[in-house]
Design a protein around this ligand. Structure first.
Ligand code: SAH
Ligand code: SF4
Ligand code: F3S
Length: 483
């Protein structure tokens, strides 16, 4: 259980790549921090830059443009920007001494939160661009090219999905069989600890037509698994193709119709937005994978109230019960904050009790980090750092134990795995189980993009090891169950 930023279905990719153009093309290095939304945005920015003739590179040393896509969620996350900028300034100076230019751009949530303050603190930065204004990136770079320092953080709400060009087929191909697709952005929940409502703005849902068009493009490029993204993805709503108001449940059913798409996921959800139609989708839509990230943050009603989560621990437990009734094999994942201001030993024990009751397959836990501009930062009764450490350790020990038990429970089971990439050893492939865990399969089990039946034979720390099961024997096994 690492202390790391979520929305947690994937490691944040360090770099995004595009196919090479001419050898003297300008090079861009994109570094991504934070959640999957940033991973998605980095890909879109890389696509947009490719249209401008930029080629992606894996190292800042050879880049003409370095773009840092930042995260503001906790203090540690924000600090990473300034330490990276310190290193880049040296690089920029060395380059300048050689008579070559290197531009530095800061995107993402720190860009939105701090704006021109970033350039004041780090004058080597040429461009600051917030997540709501990425469609203005080409124009902003033209201005930077003329020697201007550019700060782009102002936007009108209707700009939000103005966005960047949809990916081209070849680019999709180079990215693999599992893709993110942003359907919702922003947050109106205003949990008192959280900067997201300030950095990503108010909740907005992308229209069905745009989402379907992008999903079709991804499918045509070979994508088999879609993960719908949103800060509050289950708050997504919009006018459906039948003229009725749709929620995420209806949208999932629609996306399931797209040829080539075999698996659907979504993240991150707020407990208050899990409506009946979405729970029913978990029951009725096989393509919706049995895994749900449903953060609760704390188990004490007093703390939940102070956090403005707008539900109680009992509400959450009842919801979990309903979801499990709909999809008994669903694996749950969560986020937790320990040491929110005013959290007593008793409050913390309530979190431990809730965790024991739910029994998570996976979870992220963090020490509370006061964030500038949030109501939580103004609270006075801050918890001692040593107490936070001790609580975090206890919580993580409990969660790690649950994760290990969940993984151990997979041994001997047969499941379908989507093959995503070659493994480390010859003949090995790495795929993904319905429960999100990576699965290593030996002996040339198939092609990337295939969904094959495997039997789990062992578990690693964060992965499973499996052997392929011949199709006939798998269906025979099924027959014998059904008989
Ligand atoms: N939209 C998502 C969460 C986005 S932030 C949701 O509502 O679930 C991801 C996680 O970071 C949060 O769930 C929370 O556990 C953690 N987090 C957010 N702000 C934090 C803070 N100030 N200190 C510590 N952890 C925080
Ligand atoms: Fe932050 Fe709460 Fe919104 Fe999630 S629901 S993004 S934790 S304010
Ligand atoms: Fe971080 Fe912004 Fe995502 S603050 S978690 S990058 S929405």
């Amino acid at each position: 259980m690492k202390d790391r930023t979520t929305i947690p279905t994937r490691e944040a990719a360090g770099t995004a790549s595009v196919s090479p153009a001419g050898s003297n093309a300008r090079k861009v290095f994109v570094k991504t921090y934070g959640c999957q939304m940033n991973v998605y945005d980095s890909q879109r920015m890389t696509d947009s830059l490719a249209e401008q003739g930029y080629v992606a590179t894996e190292t800042p040393e050879e880049a003409d443009l370095v773009l840092l896509n930042t995260c503001h969620i906790r203090e540690k996350a924000s600090e990473k920007l300034y330490s990276a900028l310190g290193r880049l300034r040296k690089l920029k100076d060395e380059r300048a001494a050689d008579g070559r230019e290197m531009l530095i751009g800061v995107a993402g949530c720190v860009a939105q939160a701090e704006g021109e303050e970033i350039i004041r603190r780090a004058p080597s930065v040429d461009l600051v661009i917030g997540p709501q204004t990425y469609h203005r990136l080409p124009e902003a770079l033209t201005r930077v090219g003329r020697g201007e320092k550019v700060v782009e953080t102002e936007y009108a709400i209707e700009d939000k999905f103005e966005h960047l060009p949809a990916p081209k087929k070849e680019r999709v191909r180079s990215r693999g069989v599992s893709a993110f697709l942003t359907v919702q952005e922003g947050c109106d929940k205003f949990c008192t600890f959280c900067v997201v409502p300030y950095t990503r703005g108010s909740e907005i849902s992308r229209p069905v037509s745009q989402i379907v068009a992008e999903a079709e493009k991804l499918a045509a490029g070979g994508v088999r698994e879609l993960t719908l993204l949103g800060q509050n993805v289950n708050a997504w709503h919009g006018e459906g193709e039948d003229g009725r108001e749709w929620g995420l449940g209806e949208l999932l059913f629609r996306l399931a119709e797209i040829p080539g798409i075999a698996r659907l996921r979504y993240t991150t959800s707020h407990p208050r937005d899990m409506d009946d139609a979405l729970i029913a989708a978990h029951r009725d839509l096989d393509m919706l994978m049995p895994y749900l990230h449903l953060p609760v943050q704390a188990g004490s009603d007093r703390i939940l109230k102070a956090m403005n989560r707008r539900h109680t621990a009992a509400d959450y437990l009842r919801l979990v019960e309903r979801i499990r009734a709909a999809r008994p094999d669903i694996a749950l994942s969560g986020d937790f904050i320990v040491g929110f201001p005013g959290e007593t030993a008793e409050d913390f024990e309530a979190t431990m009790r809730l965790v024991r009751e739910v029994d998570y397959a996976q979870a992220y836990s963090f020490k509370y980090s006061p964030r500038p501009g949030t109501p939580g930062a103004d609270l006075l009764d801050h918890v001692d750092e040593a107490v936070k450490d001790e609580r975090l350790q206890r919580l993580q020990a409990l969660l790690t134990g649950q994760q290990q038990a969940f993984q151990a429970g997979m041994i001997g089971r047969t499941m379908d795995v989507l093959l995503e990439k070659p493994g480390r050893l010859p003949g090995q492939m790495v795929g993904r189980s319905p429960w999100l865990l990576p699965v290593i399969v030996g002996e040339n089990p198939g092609e990337i993009g295939d969904i094959i039946d495997v039997r789990i034979i062992a578990t690693g720390t964060n992965s499973l090891v499996a052997e392929a099961v011949a199709a006939e024997s798998a269906s025979m096994a099924l027959d014998s169950i059904n008989a």
